[in-house]
Design a protein around this ligand. Structure first.
Ligand code: URA
Length: 435
């Protein structure tokens, strides 16, 4: 059956419900480059405003899932578990997490995304390692998983191509923060991985796509349901994204911080989240109960086994593992600008959204589909909520290359930090668990 895209856009714009056949047609035609970006953008905006009902969401996700090949990991004997985050600022957890879990005997066939709106993307961060490729063919997954326990790959023309194209289009058209579009994007990638269980990190707060707990819980519930209908058990952890995670924001910066987590020298919040998720994944894999799992994860870090897995992953995917010992091999920016505290007091706000927007403006993310990101720019944050500062203390150091990009970034940072006379408690990192 063939349809008119203009008519289908109009139907969704006017609040109508589309059939499974119509939605599958849209995905197939767009993936085959027979629907123009301008029409798909209009359709995505109509979804953003009018949503999908449960049947539409199931059909759309299923069509995305089958837009390419689905992995067959039957040749991998180890339990297969993955984790995905709904996206945040400074959220580099996947990068230290996957090697830790792989070092504990879990296979992690991770298909990730690029930067999306103001949030960073695992693929862009990994690609700041010279030579590292995230373009991995489906046939290569089983062998790499059997050898080193982890693959960190992107959507390709053969693996969830619909998400590859829709993701890039949503990034440049303001159509990211839509519950059905986020749920279908994440779950089509994860169900394509042929995994035994999935851990989802649903971010809540200014720097997340879900600004409050209620919306985050609804997104979580929707993804649990999609998982259930595809026989993939899903556990969701709701976590704070009101301020950036860790101290580093930007692509190369976040690789350096990920390596520090694997050396046992990472910031407390990233380290805690990484170890919590690692023990959850080891438990989901059936390798240990929750009490023992945390110890296994900590041991994988302290023994250097997880760092060794990262080195093997980098080498296997085309990069130079010596970057771990010598992070100066990563791209670095030519200039530094320091933001200082205008007064003494306590930090009560270090806003993830403002810092996320500023990093896109610096060049760490994209504003147009074809933009090339600058892996070297970003933030090293020196003062976060709960810290005390004196006038003139650094709040953040900005690594930058282009004066107009820096000016543009600074123009959105006016309210990023707030300093008060009284301290505010640090936000709780973990806000709830849904299974
Ligand atoms: N992560 C994804 O893979 N897709 C989204 O839409 C948001 C976060």
């Amino acid at each position: 059956m063939t349809y008119s895209m203009v008519e289908l856009i109009g139907q969704k714009r006017d609040g109508g419900t589309l059939s499974a056949d119509q939605l599958a047609w849209i995905i197939a035609e767009y993936t085959g480059h027979r629907i123009a970006d301008y029409q798909m953008s209009a359709f995505l905006m109509a979804i953003l405003f009018n949503g999908f009902d449960t049947t539409e969401l199931a059909a759309w996700t299923n069509a995305m899932l089958h837009s390419g090949e689905v992995l067959d990991l039957s040749a991998v004997a180890k339990p297969k578990v993955d984790k995905h985050s709904t996206g945040g600022v400074g959220d580099k957890v996947s990068i230290p997490l996957a090697p830790i879990v792989a070092a504990c005997g879990v296979a992690v066939p991770m298909i990730s995304g690029r930067s999306l709106a103001h949030t960073g993307g695992t693929l862009d961060k990994l690609e700041s390692i010279p030579g590292f490729t995230t373009d991995i063919a489906p046939w290569a997954f089983p062998e790499q998983l059997n050898d080193i326990g982890v693959v960190m790959a992107g959507q390709t023309e053969t693996l969830v191509p619909a998400d590859r194209h829709l993701y890039a289009l949503r990034d440049a058209t303001g159509t990211v923060p839509s519950l059905p579009l986020i749920a279908s994007s994440i779950m089509s990638k994860k169900v394509a991985e042929d995994i035994d269980a999935l851990l989802l990190d649903v971010k809540v707060g200014s720097g997340a796509f879900m600004k409050n707990r209620q919306d985050a819980a609804m997104l979580a519930q929707t993804m649990v349901e999609i998982g259930r209908s595809s026989d993939t058990p899903v556990t969701v952890v709701l976590t704070d994204m009101s301020q950036p995670l860790g101290r580093e924001v930007g692509n190369a910066n976040e690789i350096i911080e990920s390596i520090s987590v694997l050396r046992g020298e990472g910031p407390e919040d990233v380290t805690e989240l990484t170890l919590t998720f690692a023990s959850e994944m080891i438990t989901l894999a059936g390798i240990a109960d929750s009490e023992t799992a945390r110890g296994l994860a900590e041991q994988a870090v302290s023994s250097g086994a997880a760092l060794d897995v990262l080195a093997r992953l980098i080498e296997r995917q085309g990069g130079d593992p010596r970057v771990i010992e010598n992070t100066a091999q990563l791209p670095s920016a030519r200039n530094e600008y320091v933001i200082t505290a205008p007064r003494d007091g306590w930090i009560t706000r270090c806003d993830a959204l403002d810092i996320g927007f500023a990093s896109v403006r610096l060049g760490a993310g994209r504003s147009r589909k074809k933009d090339v990101i600058d892996p070297s720019v970003g933030f090293s944050i020196e003062a976060k909520v709960g810290d005390s500062v004196s006038v003139g203390d650094p709040l953040a150091r900005i690594a930058w290359n282009d004066q107009s990009a820096l000016d543009s970034a600074l123009s959105v940072l006016g309210n990023a930090w707030r300093i008060a006379d009284e301290p505010t408690p640090k936000p709780d990192l973990i806000m709830g668990v849904i299974t």
